[in-house]
Design a binder for this molecule. Structure first.
Ligand code: AHR
Length: 633
């Protein structure tokens, strides 16, 4: 019999407790949540014509030249000059889209746009075509671009059929020469229907978690392989054709990507991150480069006396997020359409750095930020995995320096997660708070491309998370990582949400995250088996909380054992209604997964049970996560 002391608040659970970690890995941004359908739209890849092929039809002739205007436009140097050399027929360009084609949906309206400039007396016309299965034309539109100066032109059209890997053609007709840049195609229906916005199905999945925070933009992407490819937030805001493209730090991982075709256009930039966080009710948590590239302490580093631009980026970001219109960066935010502040309270200094070099840089950052913004809490990295001398040194040092929040990452076996459900039971209660900033159980081993989002992994995470919640006085934030992966273009597995060009699904791990978040309650109350917290006995893990807003007692119970458990909870304090809600997440086999074809095979099922007086009896099947919600009378 388990005892719950429902009248004895142990600790409040922070609103930020369960959040989201976003990084542009696995095609998460370009080719993923950023709904742009054209790859290499501004010809800024290392090979400027990558993803583009030229074609001729009906006797048309032509060619393109890539022009570099780096002096005039260093942030967007390339455009193409297209020569249509025939009076009749068409010369055209085909874009390969992301991962072998473009996802097009029947009935969806698409917006095609381009920057163009006619040369001399030319009047080259554009004709856009979408080719679906069997090369059928499933959408088309004509566009004139008459000006001799650069101008932006756009046209909308509706697709007549669905295709997962459609081809996009831009045909040019009429003898002459035209300059083209920023060739773009977006669905009209995006998240909140913002033009040039985000994929609605993917952001909806984030919103459905009701996350407490959104950490962005990574991950290692913050650092860059070299400092000049680090994430620089100032280059990610404003007009999209002025956001400098760089190669993605995850371009060359594993064998999936032989060519350098994974770039960051920054169409999803800091403004979009802040706005998305606001949309889904999450506290923004940007992580900034601390003057160290990825990730080893032998990597490129900024000398300590040259850190000023990096520091200024941090200070300016806080002003950008919180400053009013009378400040330089607050004015820019206002000019970009968001006069209200984003209410930034957290900022990360460095991702997975370690060694004395990190501590030296951290001290400089912390001093500068705290002097100007004493209320902003700083998230400090504890290295890549919580063990070993680097971790111990950082942990000790940051504690002695009075750090606010320590970011621990764990990619480990399901067993590690089960065995570490007590990890925080004996942590120092007076020191820094913990942010479990990246974690995921690995079905094979960290870094293996064979890792799967199995039910065993998800259940082990649920077991571990009971320990995070039980220790909510120390653990204030937690997020699974990575978040997104394209089924045809990933570098890292497992991941929380998988998608293709048209569809997406939440893994069992997603539902674990969602259930913890939606059922976190406001305050932890003691749940004991004898004098022990419930963490591992007979393979069972549990935690209980009150939700003061809804007047409910919430019990979370994870049975990782192969046998069912008949569990009785004796509740001290409170007076509950006779019917309780039970939410069950279960699958028969530890190797079970969800998939695009079977997206909710493992997903929550809701039922009711009768509750007698001050006790609850419930049968918890093997391999099951159950949540029981009791409403006060
Ligand atoms: O989540 C993938 C990577 O794992 C992150 O970029 C990095 O912080 C960690 O090593």
């Amino acid at each position: 019999v388990y005892t719950i002391q429902a009248d004895k608040i142990k600790t409040p659970i922070q609103k930020t407790m369960y959040g989201i970690f976003f990084e542009d890995i696995n095609q998460a941004a370009d080719g993923g949540v950023y709904a742009e359908l054209i790859k290499n739209r501004s010809f800024e890849f290392n090979m400027p014509m990558m993803a583009w092929d030229d074609h001729k039809k009906d006797g048309g002739e032509g060619r393109v030249e890539v022009i570099n205007r780096a002096t005039e436009r260093p942030e967007n140097p390339h455009f193409i000059k297209a020569y249509v050399t025939s009076e009749t027929g068409s010369f055209g360009l085909e874009n390969e889209g992301f991962r072998g084609g473009t996802g097009i949906k029947e009935g969806e309206t698409y917006s095609f746009s381009v920057m163009a400039r006619q040369n001399g007396d030319s009047n080259v016309k554009l004709n856009i075509e979408l080719h679906g299965d069997n090369d059928a034309i499933i959408g088309k539109a004509d566009l004139s671009a008459p000006d001799k100066e650069w101008n932006r032109y756009s046209v909308k059209f509706t697709a007549s059929a669905t295709a997962k890997k459609a081809k996009v053609y831009v045909w040019l007709t009429g003898k002459g020469v035209i300059d083209l840049d920023m060739i773009s195609l977006f669905p009209e229906h995006t998240w909140k229907n913002r033009p040039g916005g985000l994929r609605a199905d993917l952001v909806q999945k984030l919103a459905d978690i009701k996350p407490g925070f959104l950490r962005f933009p990574g991950g290692c992407i913050v650092e860059g392989r070299e400092l000049n490819t680090r994430y620089q937030w100032k280059k990610s805001i404003g007009d999209i054709d002025k956001r400098t493209n760089i190669i993605n730090r995850w371009n060359t991982e594993f064998a999936h990507r032989p060519a350098p075709d994974y770039y960051q256009t920054f169409g999803l930039g800091f403004m979009e991150y802040f706005m998305t966080a606001e949309d889904i009710g999450a506290s923004p948590l940007p992580i900034l480069n601390c003057g160290m590239a990825c990730e080893f302490n032998t990597s490129e580093m900024v000398p300590l006396d040259q850190l000023d631009p990096y520091l200024q980026d941090a200070l300016d970001l806080i002003e950008f997020a919180n400053g009013d219109v009378n400040t330089q960066w607050g004015k820019l935010r206002t000019d970009l359409g968001h006069p209200a502040p984003f209410n930034l309270k957290l900022i990360g200094v460095g991702n997975e750095q370690w060694g004395p070099q990190y501590i030296d840089r951290w001290k400089i950052f912390t001093k500068a930020i705290k002097e100007k913004y004493p209320d902003v809490k700083i998230v400090s990295a504890l290295g890549p995995f919580p063990k070993g001398p680097e971790f111990d040194l950082l942990n000790k040092t940051f504690r002695s320096l009075g750090a606010d929040i320590l970011d621990e990452h764990y990619y480990a076996s399901p067993k590690w997660f089960r065995d570490n459900a007590r990890r925080y039971d004996n942590y120092d209660r007076k020191g820094p708070k913990i942010f479990a900033g990246e974690y995921a159980a690995q079905s094979v081993q960290t870094g293996s491309p064979l890792n799967k989002n199995t039910w065993e992994c998800a259940l082990a995470e649920a077991a571990f998370m009971t320990g995070l919640e039980r220790n909510a006085d120390v653990v204030n934030m937690a997020s699974y990582a990575p978040l997104f992966a394209h089924v045809d273009g990933w570098q890292w597995t497992p991941d929380l949400i998988w998608f293709d060009n048209l569809k997406s699904y939440g893994t069992p791990n997603y539902y674990v995250q969602q259930l913890f978040s939606l059922n976190k309650g406001t305050d932890v109350v003691p749940l004991m088996l004898g004098n022990e917290s419930v963490a591992g006995q007979d393979g069972c893990y549990a935690t209980a909380s009150l939700d003061k807003n809804t007047n409910e007692l919430i019990i979370k119970f994870v049975n990782t054992a192969a046998t069912a458990q008949n569990v009785s909870f004796k509740i001290d304090g409170g007076n509950y209604q006779k019917k309780a809600t039970v939410i069950t997440l279960h699958s028969e086999k530890g190797s079970d997964e969800n998939s695009l074809d079977n997206p909710t095979a493992i997903s929550p099922v809701q039922s009711n049970i009768a509750v007698s007086g001050k006790s609850v009896n419930v049968n918890v099947e093997p391999n099951t996560f159950k949540i029981i919600r009791l409403k006060s009378k």
